[in-house]
Design a protein around this ligand. Structure first.
Ligand code: ATP
Ligand code: MG
Length: 333
């Protein structure tokens, strides 16, 4: 709280110093007046600088619901599960443990997009928030020989940030490329402890992203299609077992026999279905809107038609999901 107020005055000084031809004495006088003003209205400063307070961090359920409906295509299971879980957790004044979500699925199906939508619905600055932290296995934990150092650094980083703001969010991308064992170093923080060394992790949110289980999810989706069932009939229970088994038993995966799976510390496994051609078209149209262009279905359909799909004989699911859309679109417009 004090930090936020001090920052406000400091910011004011910087602005005042930059203003010409304002004299220093006027600036000092104004700063003194501002300090007095802030003493009378201490909450005002929280509107100017991001603080670990509800003014900056609070769930906007409607925002999340609308974003999931409008921006994430073809992921009815993931959308439903995330909306329910995140809302339930954020509305619980006394959660027994931090929220731990594990997002799984084929490449380009919207896992990073989902983590972005969650961040935007909770943190007013979204992914830009100082309380949202993104780790990528290949960028941050690249060298096998540094495993022990990474473990220590990760523990200190998480602890330090949760101490600063209990409502911190940690996103671990490319979990399947993470060295086995690394994620276990933060396992105590994900557990049901009241506090550890005076720090409580119960308000924190951990999101893991990986492709692990993607093939199994695709298999289930294909089975539904072969049986003549609608994609929308697929439910979480049809996919959950497929994910946990393939994730747990994959020796290459950062999850491999990780105690966080063993000890059931993941609250929910969120499956991302492989995207069909109609979803790719939706992505293309959305991309055109994002570029402030008039959406052109004929152009986008031509582009979608030229992409690769699997299984080869049915051309059912986009091999790269929506991942290449923004670069491919350039060739067609
Ligand atoms: N289901 C979707 N709905 C809307 N846009 C999507 C969807 N899936 C992917 N996209 C778009 O495609 C691009 C890549 O998506 P994203 O990074 O979320 O994929 P990913 O699942 O994390 O893939 P990877 O496993 O390769 O990391 C983004 O621009 C995203 O907006
Ligand atoms: Mg991704």
């Amino acid at each position: 709280m004090k930090l936020c107020s001090a920052l406000g005055v400091w910011m004011f000084f910087n602005v005042a110093a930059a203003m010409e031809p304002i004299s220093t004495s006027i600036a000092v006088g104004m700063a003194a007046a501002l300090t007095g003003f802030l003493a009378s209205y201490p909450n005002l400063i929280y509107y100017f600088h991001e603080c670990c307070r509800p003014e900056w961090i609070s769930l906007n359920k409607t925002h999340l619901e609308v974003a999931l409906n409008k921006e994430l295509f073809g992921q009815h299971v993931a959308s439903r599960v995330v909306l329910k879980t995140v809302t339930g957790y954020m509305q619980n004044p006394n959660p027994k443990k931090p929220l731990v979500l594990s997002l799984h699925g084929w490449t380009g199906t919207g896992k990073n997009l989902m983590s972005q939508l969650i961040a935007e619905s909770i943190y007013h600055k979204g992914m830009e928030s100082g309380f949202v932290h993104l780790f990528t296995a290949t960028a941050h934990f690249q060298h096998q020989k540094h495993l022990e150092t990474y473990k220590e650094q990760l523990q200190m980083w998480v602890k330090g940030n949760v101490t600063k703001c209990p409502r911190s969010m940690f996103i671990f991308d490319e979990m399947d490329k993470m060295q086995p064992g690394l994620i276990d170093s933060i396992k105590p923080y994900l557990d049901y402890y009241d506090n550890l060394d005076g720090v409580s992790y119960r308000q924190a949110i951990f999101i893991f992203l990986s492709n692990a289980g993607g093939e199994k999810i695709a298999e289930v989706a294909l089975n539904f299609w072969n049986a003549g069932q609608e994609r929308e009939e697929i439910e979480l229970k049809d996919l959950e077992m497929a994910i946990t088994l393939s994730v747990f038993n994959n020796k290459q995966s950062g999850f491999w026999h990780a105690t966080l799976i063993d000890k059931h510390l993941v609250d929910v496994y969120v499956p991302f279905l492989p995207l069909e051609q109609k979803h790719v078209v939706q992505c293309g149209l959305a991309e055109m809107v994002a570029r402030k262009m008039k959406p052109d279905k004929e152009v986008v359909e031509r582009m979608a038609q030229d992409l690769n799909y699997f299984p080869k004989e049915h051309r059912l699911f986009a091999t790269q999901g929506c991942k290449v859309i923004s670069s491919r679109l350039d060739y067609y417009i």
